[in-house]
Design a protein. Sequence first.
Length: 116
Amino acid sequence: MLKFSLNLLDDLQPRAITRDLDWGVPVPLDDWRDRADKRIYVWFDAVIGYLSASIEWARRSGDPDAWRAWWTDPDAESYYFMGKDNIVFHAEIWPAMLLGYNGQGARAAHPARSAR
């Protein structure tokens, strides 16, 4: 698994996050929102569930910031168990999304102000 993931770095390619589907999450952008033929690919959207489920759990538990101990503490570690078909999403796309959210992506964006 580690070797496979590291080998992905040798040939990084742009990857579309949409698919030609009539079901799923609509693309939330002007000029795309009303298109019936494009949806966000399920595995691009699914990994966001790790963070959003934590935020929802914290909200329901009565401590809306409780999720931060799992996601922002430098000593916190994450481990994922998945089949080989999902390696790219967990080893490449999900970390890239987190880096972008934190403002550490290649375009040096500003960190997100809050998670909702």
